[in-house]
Each structure stands twice: as structure tokens, then as C-alpha cells.
Design a protein around this ligand. Structure first.
Ligand code: SAM
Ligand code: SF4
Length: 453
């Protein structure tokens, strides 16, 4: 038990709002005391985990893009490595072989996403190679909604591939529009504009997709509330089935220092206005949820992400930099730190799991990670929590929950824990309530001055 005062924890979470978001742990080295280092122990941990798991989702990471946007937090390679697409795909097939040796082929698969980077940058044939391999190695079936990502530029310039990708079984597609502000796009070194967006949507529709998600971003230093409002209004006019709002996460990006010039109040107002426009136009979500859907009974996220957020279902991440979260383990593949694919390829070519860091976590850390991600939907399904952890969230965090209720930040109704409108505006103070004792202490000891430097 920590002796940290709840009020102080809440205030510190708010102060360091760019760190205390839905991404956990707080820093890349936070969990090092739980690291598993030797090959044999890693093998044993993975075997045990995949034996104990009833079901899992699959995620495949494609670290290629036409160029890297300055705000991007993902593993994307640049320079000469951009030409290593065949080498990368061949290496990834070997990684799939390594896991197929320890995962029962009949194990239930609950979701499958190819994400990135920009997966469509690989071209149809390579995507087909990966998909076939996964289909032959795991219990993948077409009843799941397979999901893939593209960019507007790619959708327009590789439009011939889109139908083939749909026919492979990817019936949900997600594309980033981010903003219609041309100045901001320029500063972020990203291709965009309303003409391109319209052409991209036309190409996606012509290829047969009936589940299109568009990503938008807010919380940029040079983005006013009105500016974001125009982007949301424009996106509604494109009529995608789903719209996802991403609050800019600055940690480890090229524009990390901008974080301290963005106020929490601007971020909350941007979300609030987007929420009003979207719900008035038939896009539904509870307050605080990032993905809005105009399809009834559909969360709008892929099966992989929905299961990951609501149920904390384990997922195996394949490809460079991919993250995997098991029952008790968290791992990052080679490339997560270096944003390069060289070590990933070397590892699999020598028959080793291409893992950069792997942690065997105590329950408190697993819960902290799972709950941080649950806030991505703005609610926690208490039944799902009970099923995953065999205990009550309300029992484990009794004091914290009383505190949050007393401040009108959350509500609990019918086995659902909701964040209120006030809670959404103070989300970064709420999330740390569910941290482990270790990470609560870590947060309290963080120094904003050092982070600014
Ligand atoms: C993996 S990216 C793939 C989408 C595709 N490559 C594109 O850019 O259109 C998924 C989404 O993450 C969001 N994103 C990227 N960097 C982010 C960051 N630093 N913080 C929050 N969201 C981010 C963007 O909205 C992006 O569309
Ligand atoms: S935002 Fe999309 S296109 Fe831009 S670098 Fe990241 S993954 Fe690539």
C-alpha cells in the first residue's frame, strides 16, 4: 500500500496530462524490474502464457509509410529501410512460424488487424502473403471483421489494390484525415487536403467497403477550437460509418515539446464541440469515448480493438515494434525503441523471437495497463473486469472510487462504470487512480521541469 494522498495523485496526473493518458506504462523503462532477459525464460514464459489463454486477437504491424508525419508516435521506418519491404514480409512469416509452434491452431481468435504505419503501402501481393500465412497458422475466420489502415494519399494512389484487399477479407478500413488545416498539415509534413480526402473516400467506396473509419486529431499547439470544428464538420460531410478522435499524445514524438503549450481546457473544449457535432449528426458514443459510430449496436472499432479495450483480451502483436499483451506479460518487439527493422529481421532470421523487451507482470501492473486502455472508451464494463481478473474493480479500488464519485467524476450504473463530463475534462487525474503502487510513486516523483528540458 502506498501512502500517497489521493488528492495529490489526482493533481499530479492533471499536471502531467501528456504522460498520464491511456498509454501505460509512463516511460519505456518503467517496468524494467519485471524484465525477463534470457532466451530460455522468455520461451518458457511465452509457452505458459499461450497455453493458459482461452482466446486472443492478432495484430500485424507494417512499419512503412510514404513519409513520416511529425506528430506520429508509431514505429515507422525511414531512409533505406523503406525499400526492405520483401525482406520484412519474409522475416514476418518466420515470426508467425515461431508463434504457431507454441499456439494451438484451434485457439479462438477474436480479432485481426493489420495496422501501421500504412499497411496498404505494402501492396496487395505482400498483404496477401501475410494474410494467407496467418490464415494457415491460426484459427482465423472471416466471421470476424478484419481491419486494415490506409492514408488518403495511399487510397488514391494505390486504389487498384483496395478491391483485392477487400476480397481477402478486410471489410473494415480506417484512414487518417487528421485535419483540414493546410498550414498544420504542412508543419506536420503530411499530405492532405479536402480534394484528396474526397477522392480517397470515393476510391474506398468504389472498392466495396461499407465500414469506413476516419481518424481526426486534436490537441495540437497550432490548432484552435474553431479549426478543429471545421475539420469535424467536413468529415461528417464525407459520411464515413465511424469517426475516431485522437487526442495528440506527445510522448516521444518529434513535437514532444509542444505538449506544454497546450492547455487541458482547450483539449476538453475541442472534444466537447466535436462530441456535439457528431452526436447531432447521428454518430453515437458515450461522452468520453473516442470512436463514434452511426451503425446501431456497433462500437465502431475493429473486433481486435473492441476486445482489447472492453475485455482486456490478450493480443499477439507481430512485426517490428509490435506490442503484445498476454494474461500476465507485456512485450515490445524489436524496433519499438529504434524505429528500425534491422534487428527485427536479424532476430527472426536466427530463429529467435524478435522481442526487444518482455515483462512478466504482477497483477497490479496488468490491471493498471488494462484499465488505462479501458478509458479509451470512457467506460469500464465491470462484468468484463470481473471475468478477466476474478475480482471486483470497485473492491480493489474502493477508496479511489469513493473519491472519484464524491468529485462527480464518475458514475456507476448497472455494472457499468462511466466517466462523467467533468471526469472527461479531468481524465488524466482519474487514470492514475488505477495505477499500481509502483507507478503511483513513479508519477509523484516525476519532475515537470525535467520533462520540459
Ligand atoms: C497508425 S496511424 C495509421 C493511419 C494512417 N497511417 C494515416 O496516417 O492515415 C492511426 C492513427 O493514429 C493517430 N495518431 C498518430 N500519431 C498520434 C499521436 N502521437 N497521438 C495520438 N494519435 C496519433 C492518427 O490519427 C492516425 O490516423
Ligand atoms: S500518421 Fe500514419 S502516415 Fe503518418 S507517419 Fe504515422 S502511420 Fe505513417
Amino acid at each position: 500500500m502506498t501512502t500517497i494522498d489521493i488528492n495529490d495523485l489526482f493533481r499530479k496526473g492533471m499536471e502531467l496530462h501528456s504522460i498520464t493518458n491511456t498509454a501505460y506504462p509512463l516511460t519505456p523503462t518503467s517496468l524494467r524490474e519485471y524484465a525477463v532477459r534470457d532466451e530460455r525464460s522468455i520461451q518458457e514464459l511465452l509457452e505458459e502464457e499461450y497455453q493458459n489463454m482461452n482466446c486472443l486477437s492478432l495484430y500485424f504491424h507494417v512499419p512503412f509509410c510514404k513519409s513520416k508525419c511529425r506528430f506520429c508516435e508509431y514505429v515507422v521506418v525511414s531512409g533505406k529501410e523503406s525499400d526492405l519491404k520483401d525482406e520484412y514480409v519474409n522475416a514476418s512469416l518466420k515470426e508467425i512460424d515461431l508463434y504457431s509452434q507454441i499456439i494451438d491452431k484451434n485457439k479462438r481468435i477474436l480479432g485481426f488487424d493489420i495496422g501501421g504505419g500504412t499497411p496498404t503501402e505494402l501492396g496487395l501481393q505482400r498483404i496477401e502473403k501475410i494474410t494467407n500465412k496467418l490464415f494457415n497458422s491460426f484459427n482465423l475466420n472471416n466471421e470476424l471483421t478484419w481491419s486494415i489502415e490506409t492514408t488518403p494519399y495511399n487510397a488514391v494512389n494505390k486504389s487498384d489494390d483496395l478491391k483485392g484487399i477487400y476480397d481477402l477479407g478486410f471489410h473494415r478500413i480506417s484512414m487518417g484525415v487528421q485535419t483540414v488545416n493546410t498550414e498544420l498539415l504542412k508543419k506536420m509534413e503530411r499530405e492532405g487536403g479536402t480534394l484528396l480526402y474526397q477522392r480517397a473516400v470515393d476510391a474506398i467506396r468504389n472498392a466495396g467497403y461499407k465500414r469506413l473509419n476516419i481518424d481526426l486529431m486534436y490537441g495540437f499547439k497550432e490548432q484552435s477550437v474553431d479549426d478543429f470544428k471545421s475539420t469535424v464538420e467536413y468529415t461528417v460531410s464525407l459520411s464515413p460509418e465511424y469517426i475516431t478522435l485522437y487526442e495528440m499524445r506527445y510522448k516521444l514524438t518529434k513535437i514532444a515539446s509542444d505538449a506544454f503549450d497546450v492547455t487541458q481546457s482547450k483539449i476538453s473544449t475541442q472534444y466537447k464541440i466535436a462530441y456535439e457535432i457528431l452526436t447531432q449528426n447521428g454518430y453515437n458514443a458515450n461522452y468520453g469515448k473516442n470512436t463514434f459510430s452511426r451503425i446501431k449496436d456497433d462500437h465502431g472499432t475493429s473486433d481486435y480493438l473492441t476486445n482489447r479495450v472492453i475485455n482486456a483480451t490478450p493480443y499477439l502483436g507481430l512485426g517490428a515494434g509490435a506490442q503484445s499483451f498476454g494474461l500476465n506479460y507485456l512485450a515490445y518487439n524489436q524496433g519499438a525503441a529504434t524505429k528500425s527493422i534491422a534487428k527485427y529481421i536479424d532476430h527472426v532470421n536466427s530463429g529467435k523471437f524478435p522481442i526487444q523487451d518482455i515483462y512478466n507482470l504482477p497483477e497490479q501492473e496488468v490491471i493498471a495497463k488494462a484499465v488505462s486502455v479501458m478509458f479509451y472508451f470512457g467506460f469500464i464494463d465491470l462484468v468484463a473486469f470481473r471475468q478477466r481478473f476474478g475480482k471486483e474493480l470497485t473492491g480493489k479500488f474502493k477508496d479511489e472510487i469513493e473519491y472519484l464519485k464524491a468529485k462527480d467524476l464518475i458514475m456507476i450504473e448497472n455494472d457499468l462504470f462511466y466517466i462523467t463530463e467533468k471526469g472527461v475534462a479531468n481524465l488524466n487525474g482519474v487514470i492514475p487512480m488505477f495505477y499500481s503502487d509502483r507507478s503511483k510513486t513513479e508519477l509523484m516523483n516525476m519532475d515537470i521541469e525535467k520533462l520540459l528540458r
